[in-house]
Design a protein around this ligand. Sequence first.
Ligand SMILES: NC(=O)c1ccc[n+]([C@@H]2O[C@H](COP(=O)([O-])OP(=O)(O)OC[C@H]3O[C@@H](n4cnc5c(N)ncnc54)[C@H](OP(=O)(O)O)[C@@H]3O)[C@@H](O)[C@H]2O)c1
Length: 303
Amino acid sequence: MTLDTLHKKEMKRILVTGATGNIGSEVIHYLSELNTEHKIIAGVRSIDRAEQQFSSYPNLSFRRFDFENADTFSAAFDAIDILFLLRPPHISEIEKFFRPLLESAKANGIRDVVFLSVQGAEKSKVIPHNKIERLIQELGLNSIFVRPSYFMQNLTTTLLPEIVERNTITLPSGKAKFNWIDVKNIGEATSKLILEFENYQNSSYVITGVENLNFKEVAELMTEVTGKKIKYRSVNPISFYFKKKKEGIQSGFAIVMTILHFLPRFQSEPAISDNYKMLTAKNPTTLRAFITREKSKLINANS
Ligand SMILES: NC(=O)c1ccc[n+]([C@@H]2O[C@H](COP(=O)([O-])OP(=O)(O)OC[C@H]3O[C@@H](n4cnc5c(N)ncnc54)[C@H](OP(=O)(O)O)[C@@H]3O)[C@@H](O)[C@H]2O)c1
């Protein structure tokens, strides 16, 4: 066997779903930075849009992939070795969408799946991530479950319009503490897990930051760093759900948002994990550093 064929044998094809979103784009970024030998493929609804978004990644390939269209599965999964799978926030019907998807992945020869789950997924059978984890195991696929805590980027995405328009954060969270993690840190840790799949497979990895803070504390920190007064208002979960519906958010997503922000009131504080440091030999981003980095977004429309 020549060196060339040996190299070709080891080359793996990695399909990244949700590639254009928060997590997927960071996974693509770190996979491209850390990896020299494998082929990275973004599975996307619109190849044209994705090509524009990733114009600075010359080695990235694209395949059409739609979670809600099973006709796209076989071609997207063809000759893939590792599937990075996430659940787009609006998809909560797991049997309808994820069973056919995972069955097709298996039928097309995929054995290894890295799934972006959520911290605590193992504790609740009703949340979609728990159902997907169990489905992956039921199908006998090799798996890595990445279970991150609460994204710092929620402040610069879903919560941002209210922050910039009204200087408030309204949630049904009371004084519950959340663990805050930078999506960049998740992308980097996940890329390590993908690239060393054999070493880490058939286990789950909680990825957290170093701080458990409630929203009052976060609003105070944002006020201090941005110089703009930001107030936290806690509301009951029913009015929160209807507020989100009124804003045009789909029922499934509004329910998940309500549960995600309300349930921690009845749970103990999130456990802090050192998996990020174990995987990258670095410390995770602090919330102060994140707010400083993203300051212009947070004050933008009001300034
Ligand atoms: N927010 C948190 O604090 C938190 C914490 C832990 C875990 N999580 C989990 O993280 C996941 C969300 O990750 P994220 O923030 O990266 O999501 P995101 O930014 O909303 O990105 C969703 C991605 O899915 C793609 N997508 C949506 N519908 C699709 C379809 N029908 N076919 C193909 N692609 C489709 C989108 O592509 P387009 O560009 O085509 O729209 C986009 O790339 C959720 O499962 C959530 O529960 C969130």
